[in-house]
Design a protein around this ligand. Structure first.
Ligand SMILES: [Zn+2]
Length: 239
């Protein structure tokens, strides 16, 4: 990335860190699309969670490489083992057209659209017990005829999960020591946030070393191309 890219990467790190937890994946997607020179359309907070996370996986593969290294703990024998996840393959595996989400309320069948980040943010502002009902009401094609009972809310949540398969990535794993099976969740936004934080901290260390050694400002350090910056750090006795 160029010097200007590094500046924008640090700005994105600040913006994402300051956003509420539920908004971070959408802030990351809009910011990374901008860094990659891609159009931010549709806005990330209007994409379904699955579409948003699918786009994040493809961008992660493009910007930082297709493989994600994960670690798992075996619940049976305690063995810690490494996993490598191939993001493009994960995206392809579930690329079939998902079924439409339908909610049956008495004789009525109401179609649901999968929720987007802005729906989650809206219902998170409500008291916890009313969120699931409010989310289904926001995503229903027509107003709900009456408050839903617990079974209808559960059925609605299941229909939404089936209709938006990338919204909840589950990985089937097997322990190499004792062969115990385990299902692990994978959160692409949290993984990308780690990637971005690692890059940002590396840049801040470079700024710190060169600012300390030469008295340059942050803006001056970041305007120096990365390869030249590394040479200055070596000359200043760093590594
Ligand atoms: Zn095990």
């Amino acid at each position: 990335m160029t010097g200007g890219g590094d500046r924008r990467l640090l700005d994105l790190w600040d913006r994402t860190g300051a956003a509420p937890m539920a908004a971070r994946p959408a802030v990351l997607l809009d910011g990374l699309r901008q860094l990659a020179g891609l159009p931010a359309d549709p806005p990330a907070d209007r994409m379904s969670i699955g579409q948003r996370d699918r786009a994040l996986m493809l961008l992660r593969a493009q910007l930082f490489g297709p493989q994600v290294a994960l670690q798992a703990d075996c619940p049976d024998c305690g063995q810690v083992f490494d996993l490598s996840l191939d993001l493009p393959r994960l995206v392809e595996e579930d690329d079939g057209a998902p079924p439409p989400a339908l909610l049956r309320i008495g004789p009525d069948r109401i179609s649901l659209r999968p929720p987007a980040t802005r729906d989650l943010l809206a219902v998170l502002a409500l008291p916890a017990p009313s969120r699931a009902q409010a989310l289904l009401a926001r995503c229903a094609s027509t107003p709900l005829p009456r408050p839903l009972d617990a079974a209808e809310i559960e059925a609605g949540a299941q229909a939404l999960a089936l209709a938006d398969p990338h919204a909840d990535i589950q990985l089937a794993t097997r322990c190499p020591a004792c062969a115990a099976a385990q299902v692990l969740g994978f959160d692409i936004a949290a993984s990308l946030w780690d990637d971005l934080s690692r890059l940002a901290r590396r840049l801040l260390r470079e700024v710190h070393r060169l600012a300390s050694a030469y008295g340059w400002t942050e803006a001056q350090v970041l305007s120096i191309p990365a390869a030249r910056r590394r040479e200055y750090i070596l000359m200043a006795g760093g590594q």
